[in-house]
Write a new protein. Structure first.
Length: 101
């Protein structure tokens, strides 16, 4: 059996990679993928704690809702990125301030 701290370390590493990817990269698609990576790290944490307390299913239920929210975020985010690309012919977040007009 894999101990629970190993899952938590993996989740922390995944969350850190996602946070760095979100803060450093200027591409909107990479930022959305970084957010998805951070949400998956949170899901891993919920399921790991659910494994520690096997008679409670709160971690799995919460993880299911986070997956549903992540799917909706991906669909809406991709639609926004596609419309942004049609207007500006780029997906760099630096040029998003040009949409104020």
């Amino acid at each position: 059996m894999i101990p629970i701290p190993a899952f938590l370390v993996l989740a922390a590493v995944l969350f850190g990679i996602g946070a760095v990817g979100f803060l450093v990269r200027r591409n909107v698609l990479v930022a959305l993928m970084s957010i998805e990576l951070m949400l998956n790290a949170i899901n891993l944490t919920f399921v790991a704690f659910n494994r520690a307390y096997p008679h409670q299913h709160t971690g799995q239920i919460t993880s299911f809702f986070v997956i549903a929210i992540a799917a909706a975020e991906a669909a809406v985010g991709l639609a926004i990125v596609l419309s942004f690309f049609r207007l500006r012919k780029t997906v760099r977040s630096d040029s998003a301030d040009l949409l104020k007009n």
